[in-house]
Design a protein around this ligand. Structure first.
Ligand code: ARG
Length: 457
């Protein structure tokens, strides 16, 4: 019998029941965290005189050999075991004999799995942080190269005012920077070690919880053992932060899809990051961006799944909590994959700067500036708005841009227009004059770039 709890049972588990109950098929991914926690637990038991020095050494050597054999592929996971904890303990006892049976002294799988998940999430926070830092570097590079790349800014997906690509990218820089800060702030709130909580009520052995907490890189032991075994807040926070990050990725992906469309033609995706059609030879599809957008459901799904799993649980551990794993693993893998792939997609994307500038030029993105021009000539803004509105209507009828009108045409609408109107509403001027903090004008942009560089260095 490969279970840890056969003693009070007289019958074998029903085969379907075993499959239903077992978590090894998915919690095997926690083997490293599980062994790390067990090594520290054993070392503590030895220090406290609960195990002899010899037993402690045997256990630690045995655990290290299991880890090495799993990593080299010499040892494989077999479906005979219920979960990763049973698997490791059974193999330990097989390797070192009776001492292996003492590892679980003063411990329950409840505090063990709580620890494994916490260590896992902490490790993953580090990995997501690295991917985000790299992606932010890619976005920053895009900003630095495109301070003079004009493009239309949109509201309601209608051309609104001209911006630059650097400014547009800069907005995403802020989003992913917040994601990074949000995710790393979780690490501070989850800095308590559940090991030593036992099944729920601690234990009668003289455990040194401060030692295990410190050895495992935590600030301190968790303050309440019932909370220790049943807290999954950190996982929910992580999935929440990943959902927000995924939402940002999805918005960015949507823009790439639009920019890549025949109607926009703002970008050319690198061949390495696009796909073709089996029937239409002309196609070059933004599948990567569509998949990044499409995978959002899986990440949100994991968040809703765990929130729902946890919502009615009485204290302390309940087997429902085993359901914290599969969708969380999937969401974390998905987000990491998306970040890596989309980073490559953005880094290799080329921009049709001429098309972007032309698009900014037609569509009346300088209408606000024309009104602001009249304001500088003493016209109240509301009147200026009306005059330029009438000018826009005139241009629509003529099929031209504001820039194409002659001075006489401008003057027909207001005698306050002068020779300088054309330079005042040129694309260049419209962007350059936007110098409020956070705006696309060069000086404001330089400040943004300085701060972004500083943040990443
Ligand atoms: N596989 C279980 C989980 O993931 C481990 C804890 C089992 N504890 C128990 N009392 N059955 O939650």
């Amino acid at each position: 019998m490969a279970q840890l709890w056969g003693g009070r049972f007289t019958k074998e588990t029903d085969e379907l029941m075993k499959q239903f109950n077992d978590s090894l098929p998915f919690d095997k991914r926690l083997y490293e965290q599980d062994i790390r926690g067990s090594i520290v637990h054993a070392a503590m038991l030895g220090r406290q005189g609960i195990l002899t020095g010899e037993e402690t050494r045997q256990i630690i050597d045995g655990l290290e050999s299991i880890r090495a054999d799993l990593e080299s592929g010499k040892l494989e996971f077999s479906s005979a075991y219920e979960d990763i904890h049973s698997f490791v303990e059974a193999h330990l006892t097989e390797r070192i004999g009776d001492a292996g049976k003492k590892l679980h002294t003063g411990r329950s799988r409840n505090d063990q799995v709580a620890l494994d998940m916490k260590l896992y999430v902490r490790d993953e926070i580090g990995q997501v942080d690295e991917l985000l830092a790299h992606f932010l570097g890619t976005i920053l590079k895009g900003m630095e190269e495109n301070v003079d790349t004009f493009m239309p800014g949109f509201t309601h997906l209608q051309k609104a005012q001209p911006v630059t690509l650097a400014h547009h990218f800069g907005a995403y820089f802020e989003m992913f920077r917040r994601d990074r800060e949000r995710i790393s702030s979780i690490a501070g709130r989850m800095d308590t070690c559940p090991l030593g909580s036992g099944a729920l009520a601690g234990t009668t052995y003289p455990l040194d919880r401060a030692f295990t907490a410190k050895e495992l890189g935590f600030d301190r032991p968790c303050r309440n053992s019932m909370d220790g075994v049943s807290d999954r807040d950190y996982l929910i926070e992580f999935l929440g932060a990943l959902s927000i990050c995924q939402m940002h990725l999805s918005r960015f992906a949507e823009e790439v899809i639009l920019w890549n469309s025949n109607e926009y033609r703002f970008v050319e995706l690198d061949d390495a990051f696009s796909t073709g059609s089996s029937i239409m030879p002309q196609k070059k599809n933004p599948d990567i961006a569509e998949l990044v957008r499409g995978k959002t459901g899986r990440v949100y799904g994991a968040l809703v799944s765990i929130l729902t799993t946890m919502k009615g649980l009485p204290l302390a551990y309940n087997k429902d909590m085993q359901e914290d794993k599969e969708s969380a693993f999937d969401a974390i893998d998905t987000l990491k994959g998306n970040l890596k792939l989309f980073d490559g997609c953005i880094a290799t994307m080329r921009f049709h700067k001429d098309v972007m500038a032309a698009s900014a030029r037609n569509g009346f993105t300088n209408a606000t500036d024309a009104a602001d021009y009249l304001v500088t000539k003493g016209v109240p803004f509301r009147d200026a708005h009306g005059i330029v509105g009438a000018l826009v209507l005139h241009c629509i009828e003529k099929g031209c841009a504001l820039d194409d009108l002659t001075l006489d045409e401008f003057r027909a609408f207001s005698d306050r227009f002068d020779e300088d109107i054309h330079s005042a509403i040129s694309l260049q001027t419209c962007v350059e004059k936007r110098l409020t903090e956070g705006a696309p004008g060069r000086a404001a942009m330089e400040k943004m770039l300085r701060e972004a560089r500083e943040y990443l260095s």
